[in-house]
Design a protein around this ligand. Structure first.
Ligand SMILES: Nc1nc2c(ncn2[C@@H]2O[C@H](COP(=O)(O)OP(=O)(O)O)[C@@H](O)[C@H]2O)c(=O)[nH]1
Ligand SMILES: [Mg+2]
Length: 209
């Protein structure tokens, strides 16, 4: 999906927010959309049907300004978390350049977090990709729920479930309040642009539109 246009000096990358249903992926994108000015953001496209559940996916194009004279254009996607939308999740991952795995602090989502992570690994493999090669960071969302009367997981539990093999950077977030949202976006954008540019240099092949 990554596209480096040398004549227009543009780099386009695709970042996917992955995670179980209701963990807060759409809330991240909505916060970013609302916080950015019209120049930097494109139209946020959400295809949804019943209530607030994402039954298809969200797409938010962003213009992150210039790095080394190149315009950085990023497309943020979310996947529908519910188990039955496996085909859509696989489709959304096509051409992914960077990943944010959003985990939910709620204890009731313990198994769902793990299932979603395994689902991500499997779906990437179907595109001949692995978690080891694509830039990925973790976001532990709903930290505002810790501690509340509602049972939550601890950071250590989430780390054991999700970061033993990855060993990547973790951002605590409360997406509804915007806590950690831009920190997450900044880090994954940085890693993704670096990955895309390095891959491009290695193959030394520019794709023009
Ligand atoms: N308390 C709290 N609720 C959140 C947070 N992030 C999302 N939610 C709520 O969780 C529900 C599901 O969020 P949504 O973004 O639609 O989840 P998605 O299925 O991953 O896209 C919504 O009611 C959100 O308001 C958070 O950080 N804290
Ligand atoms: Mg959603």
């Amino acid at each position: 999906m990554a596209l480096i246009n040398l004549s227009k000096r543009e780099i386009h990358c695709k970042i996917v927010y992955y995670g179980s249903g209701r963990c807060g992926k759409t809330t991240n994108l909505l916060y970013i959309y609302n916080a950015m000015n019209n120049k930097a953001r494109g139209k946020m496209l959400t295809i949804e049907t019943k209530g607030e559940r994402t039954l298809f996916f969200d797409l938010l194009p962003l213009n992150l300004g210039k790095i080394n004279g190149f315009d950085i254009r990023i497309q943020l996607y979310t996947v529908p978390g519910q188990t039955i939308y496996k085909a859509t999740r696989k489709l959304v991952l096509k051409g992914v350049d960077g990943l944010v795995f959003v985990a939910d602090y709620l204890k009731v989502r313990h198994e769902k977090n793990i299932e979603s992570f395994q689902d991500l690994r499997r779906n990437l493999l179907e595109h001949n990709l692995t978690l080891e090669e694509i830039p990925i960071i973790l976001q532990f969302n709903k930290c505002d729920m810790v501690p509340t009367p509602i049972p939550t997981l601890t950071r250590e539990e989430l780390e054991i479930d999700l970061n033993r093999e990855l060993n990547t950077k973790i951002f605590e977030a409360a997406a509804t309040k915007g806590i950690g949202v831009f920190e997450t976006l900044k880090e994954i954008s940085k890693r993704t642009v670096h990955y895309v540019a390095t891959k491009h240099l290695l193959t030394n092949r520019a794709v023009s539109r």
